[in-house]
Design a protein around this ligand. Sequence first.
Ligand SMILES: [Zn+2]
Length: 358
Amino acid sequence: MNRRALLLVSLTALAAIPASVWTQGAQYPVEVIKPGKSAYTFPPGYQTPWDRIQIMVTAKMSPNLFVLHGSEGLDPAHPDASGGRVMALFGPDGVLLVDTENRQVAEKTLQAIRSFTNGPIKVVVNTHIHGDHTGANAFFAGQGAVIFSQENLRAEMVRPPPRANGEPAPAPDMAGVPVGTYTYNAAAPGQPAVTFNMNGETVDFIPMMPSHTAGDTIVRFRKANVIYIEDFYRNFGYPFADQGNGGSIKGMLDAVDLIEKLAGPDTTLVPGHGTLVKKQDLLPYRAMLVDILAKVKTLRDQGKSLKDVLASNLTAPYDKTTLGDTQQSKDRFITEVYDEVKDFPPIADGKRSMPSRR
Ligand SMILES: [Zn+2]
């Protein structure tokens, strides 16, 4: 529909036009490819076929702020769209990247960036340590980028916590370790630690309270009215706080509450996975966290074992509205809450000494 024709449409007819029609015009965001919504299954022993995964521009948040994400149905950790979202701000001042995707798709991520800019990759900010967000750090540092993150993320990377089975983590690739660091100031939540003025945009790196990990950062693009909110919120699978790296389910509540303050009603929130949302979409998630925390605490206070609590199927009321509600995802969530409501270890050097579980 052209502009002239559009003007002729009556207001009542306008209200009936689905939102998807509007995204075809100059309005942002434009979602090019949405994440998948199937119930994905993978055979035992399945290995991610990295050679088949494509990295594509899946959304445009402004004329020079694009979102990259991987293919659907191939990565069992993220079957709706492989890996973690990357955001790329580009223009005459060079490229600023939010996160770097999995190491195995580093070249493809760069190729996807090269489909819209030849500018030098100057700045990377890591929202949290996980490999789907930092895996290609060393590759992009090799392209000339300076990497920023919370000091805790650097600590998690340089001195990693033991794995969940108690075994020591492998040594880090020092070429991918962030060099520009800052800390979360509990006295001023939401205050940017770093601000970049690049390519007509103002970009704030806002360190978060321990939530998905103890080293989280959200990234605000003021002009585009967009915040990359990484993984303390998710709408594919149940919540995941990486407690070994200092994360906390209760901290995720605080993170949601901070977004309530930082975002306007129309601010587009870009989670690391799942669909793009607005802040009102975070409220049912918050309510679920509160509900599950209270129910698990009651059961644990009654002396129930983890096995008993898992068997109570507390997530049942949410299964219908939670995409990717696998048993593994539910059990991980409930186990975390169980660990958190009693004798939860403190954070030291960006990490917690969680009990190992085999
Ligand atoms: Zn992620």
